[in-house]
Design a protein around this ligand. Structure first.
Ligand code: UDP
Length: 338
């Protein structure tokens, strides 16, 4: 039961891990990526690579595709506050073009890479999908806009879609891991300190209303995350009953699922785990709160578990950090690859 899928943003962190999982499951994969933040060498061997923007999807798609997994987007919260138009143009504008190209080609299944940033400051945790959606930055707002756009497309034109709202994606899958330039995420930064490439980690705020005063986040292993994408596609294709049949998510339906562990870890707990896993001291320095950071973001992933049959299995923070550490040591640190 192999299918043929387009992965936009397949040269990025999550996109490359999902593309690798699709290939391992026997599917054929085309990666469309403009390499603006991705890396050519991150595209898995065995995938066809097309260098181009999401807006070019029409050049690639035809009726032979079973579905699209859409990752290509700008994803830096701080940058989105500085340059909001960039986020509307690329994330929203690109997605409009992609939906149009899919409609024209008759490709009627979509998995969309959404985010917990669509909820903004949560009223209560764990966060369920019916929580109030009030993004606090243009990045989250652009992803929420695309979710609304997808719902409309499903209703009007019979698209089947699953939006997956990621909490804090972490860890690595062999040679596929996280590298941003500049790096802004906590785990890769702390690992750079352990590696000796940075002097200390700044702890952004230690007076939050959390057990140790530092922010709590729900870290989810990228390989667990990837498995949810394959299950989402199966829910639309019908899986074993044949790639063409409707499954749990029939045409005209848009399912939105959070992806997290349901467990929160504080910034201090992450740093302490890195010390244990790497055996390095990791100095930390107190720093002011980072603007827009909610105190705690923890997912309820009940819906993904019940509707998609998802079972996250790498929920131990030490295992997540260990995989990221392995990737950091082997594949980052050389000039030009930070
Ligand atoms: N953080 C920190 N120091 C850093 C980077 C991040 O204290 O150098 C904190 C950040 O304020 C947040 C948590 O670590 O509370 C996770 O941040 P990250 O940027 O990794 O993910 P986010 O939760 O913003 O998506």
């Amino acid at each position: 039961n192999s299918g043929k899928y387009l992965v936009t943003g397949g040269a990025g962190y999550v996109g490359s891990v999902v593309a690798a999982h699709l290939l391992e499951a026997g599917h054929s994969v085309t990666v469309l990526d403009d390499l603006s933040t991705g890396f050519r060498e991150a595209v898995p061997e065995g995938a066809e690579f097309v260098e181009g923007r999401v807006q070019d999807a029409g050049r690639v798609l035809d009726a032979s595709y079973d579905g699209v997994l859409h990752f290509a987007a700008h994803s830096q919260v701080g940058e989105s506050v500085q340059d909001p138009a960039k986020y509307w143009r690329n994330n929203v504008g690109g997605s409009i073009e992609l939906l149009g190209a899919m409609r024209e080609a008759g490709v009627r299944r979509l998995v969309f890479s959404s985010t917990a940033a669509t909820y903004g400051e949560p009223l209560r945790t764990p966060i369920t999908e019916d929580a109030f959606e009030a993004p606090t930055n243009p990045y989250g707002a652009s992803k929420l806009a695309v979710d609304h756009m997808i719902s409309g497309e499903c209703r009007a034109h019979g698209l089947a879609a699953v939006s997956l709202r990621y909490f804090n994606v972490a860890g690595a899958y062999g040679r596929y891991g996280e590298r941003h330039d500049p790096e802004s995420h906590l785990i890769p930064i702390v690992l750079q300190v352990a590696q000796g490439r940075r002097e200390a980690v700044s702890v952004f705020g230690d007076d939050y209303p959390t057990p140790d005063g530092t922010c709590v986040r729900d870290y989810i292993h990228v390989a667990d995350l990837a498995e949810a994408h394959l299950l989402a596609m199966t829910a639309m294709t019908g899986g074993d009953s044949g790639e063409s049949g409707p499954g749990e998510v029939p045409p005209g339906t848009h399912l939105i699922c959070n992806l997290g562990n349901g467990n929160g870890f504080s910034v201090r707990e992450v740093i302490e785990t890195v010390r244990k896993v790497t055996g390095h001291p990791v100095p930390e320095t107190p720093a002011p709160r980072r603007e827009g950071d909610p105190a705690a973001l923890v997912a309820s992933a009940e819906r993904a578990i019940n509707s998609l049959g998802w079972h996250p299995s790498r929920t131990d923070l030490a295992e997540i950090v260990d995989d990221a550490w392995d990737f950091t040591q082997r594949y980052t640190g050389q000039a030009g690859t930070s």
